[in-house]
Design a protein around this ligand. Structure first.
Ligand SMILES: [Zn+2]
Ligand SMILES: [Zn+2]
Length: 529
């Protein structure tokens, strides 16, 4: 008898049971689902509770699985209603609290078993996946933006720490607690409670992308982890620094991340869609056609130094001889300042590089030359060096991230990096020198003093319709959108930039040295009479 074989069968983990039961159902073409369950993590204990590793392994103190047809079918069948099926299995934790035991099983069905129906509905691994969060919930929420209440609801459903989902949700809960307007999109693997991708940006990052949308950068971080990848979108702030405006953490080899990330960014900050003029991509980013659709006014460039490195290593791989001329030639190619110079370098390639390499070049890089050769792909305004900016970002990430972190830890590190980043980059001495170069000594001294107060831990910022509000713990000060005027007495009496303007500029990414800040006080400038 089948019942005899199952009855009293023991399992030392829910995973073991799930694997056994999947195979058992597959052999018999029967469909069962969990009707009720009591998660161990939610149990109260009169006696000593089971050890944490047992809670983790067994997951439930009891589970009742019933046949898919247990409600019966409402279709009239040969004159009568088809009654619900009684086939069921009950699994309970043993009194010793160390294993799950089948305590009841009723395997007779009151209906025929249909292999076609089975093939349609059966999902291997479903029992295991459902033990952390209900799969229907994760399927429903997947690919959508989630808010604080969604995250708290998911947390209340969460029954175990499987796959780090609980940890990720806890980090998101913290993010929403401190920044309710943050944007987060979660993608779960279909029918599994495994986070595949997380897209997120804080309201501060949103403000940066609104203020500096002209040039964006998109690249993957190299060497983060075996399991997942980190992609970042950067903009260039008023001081010419690369600043993060969105992050995307994803399981390795997830396809088409460029499209997903840009689409999510445009959904979060719709006004950037038409404002982006240029986007520079890392060399390995694929499916560039997504840019045209999502950022219709943006020119696409590929990071030139990365292209160069790729070409050089590909040349070795395809059998180029040790030849000192190769690197300088490739550099001339990439840095060509006219189509003729480019053509000439491309011709020379045929002489000193193997045929196979030339074919590779013609197939992959020649058609995209407008995206990476200097003549066509020049950096736009403000002398931004895209390659240097991407490299600096890589270095910043390497310094900020824990070695091979989990997804949750990585998010924590990235969020912490946002908070500390601009204060690090404030070089008061250098800024004071710039102001002394254009100002008379007395106003330059005042400005220097105010710069010293820019990095103040107690400031709180708020965006308003007119500009910004800053609370310093005692009073509030109002500033205009362009951050050139402040309502405080320091500014109104001197018409020189005050600590509030500097602090808010620092936070929003505007340059702290800006001659525009002195327009209303020409008398402070050197050479004024
Ligand atoms: Zn049945
Ligand atoms: Zn002020």
């Amino acid at each position: 008898m089948e019942e005899d074989k199952l009855q009293e069968k023991e399992f030392f983990s829910w995973e073991e049971f799930s694997a056994f039961f999947d195979a058992w159902c597959e052999r018999r073409k029967v469909l069962f689902f969990v009707k009720n369950s009591v998660p161990l993590s939610k149990c109260k204990w009169a006696t000593a509770p089971p050890r944490p590793d047992v809670v983790e392994a067994l997951k439930y103190s009891s589970v009742r699985l019933v046949c898919k047809d247990f409600r019966g079918s409402s279709k009239p069948e040969q004159g009568g209603q088809h009654k619900g099926c009684c086939a069921s299995i009950v699994l309970k934790m043993s009194p010793k609290k160390d294993r799950l035991i089948v305590t009841e099983c009723q395997l007779a069905h009151n209906h025929a078993l249909c292999p076609i129906e089975f093939a349609y509905y059966f999902k291997k691994g479903y029992l295991m996946a459902n033990s952390c969060l209900p799969v229907r919930t994760t399927n429903k929420i997947s690919k959508q933006f989630v808010g604080g209440p969604d995250v708290r609801r998911l947390l209340s459903y969460c029954k175990s720490r499987d796959h780090g989902v609980l940890d990720v949700l806890t980090v998101l809960d913290g993010l929403f607690a401190s920044d309710p307007n943050a944007k987060v999109k979660l993608v779960f693997m279909e029918d599994k409670v495994i986070v595949q991708t997380i897209f997120f940006l804080s309201s501060r990052m949103m403000a940066l992308s609104r203020r500096f949308p002209l040039m964006l950068f998109f690249d993957r971080m190299v060497g983060l982890n075996e399991e997942f990848d980190l992609y970042s979108v950067l903009c260039v702030d008023g001081a010419g620094r690369g600043r993060e405006v969105a992050y995307c953490l994803t399981q390795r080899e997830t396809p088409d991340l460029l499209r997903f990330t840009l689409a999510s960014l445009v959904q979060s900050v719709p006004e950037v869609k038409l404002q982006v003029r240029c986007i520079t991509l890392g060399v390995e980013i694929a499916h560039l056609e997504a840019v045209k659709e999502l950022l219709p006014n943006a020119r696409v460039q590929i990071c030139r130094s990365q292209v160069l490195e790729t070409l050089f290593s590909k040349a070795q791989e395809l059998g180029a001889a040790e030849d000192e001329r190769i690197w300088p030639l490739l550099c001339r190619l990439a840095a060509a300042k006219s189509p003729a110079a480019y053509q000439q370098a491309a011709q020379e390639m045929k002489v000193i590089l193997p045929q196979r390499f030339v074919r590779y070049f013609q197939r992959h890089w020649q058609p995209r030359s407008e995206m990476w050769v200097q003549f066509w792909a020049f950096e736009t305004a403000r002398n931004v060096n895209a390659c240097e900016l991407l490299k600096q970002h890589q270095r910043r990430l390497l310094a900020a991230l824990s070695p091979s972190p989990t997804v949750a830890q990585c998010m924590l590190d990235l969020l912490a990096m946002q908070v500390g980043s601009e204060a690090h980059e404030l070089d008061e001495g250098e800024l004071a020198t710039h102001y002394r170069a254009i100002c008379k000594p007395e106003p330059a001294g005042l400005i220097e003093e105010e710069l010293g107060f820019a990095r103040h831990g107690r400031y709180r910022f708020q965006e308003t319709a007119e500009g910004y509000l800053l609370h310093d713990g005692l009073s509030k000060f109002a500033m205009d959108q362009a951050l050139t005027r402040c309502s405080c007495s320091i500014y109104t009496s001197s018409l020189l930039p005050c600590r509030h303007l500097f602090a808010t500029r620092l936070r929003t990414g505007l340059a702290l040295f800006d001659p525009g800040l002195l327009h209303r006080n020409q008398a402070a400038l050197l050479g004024a009479c």
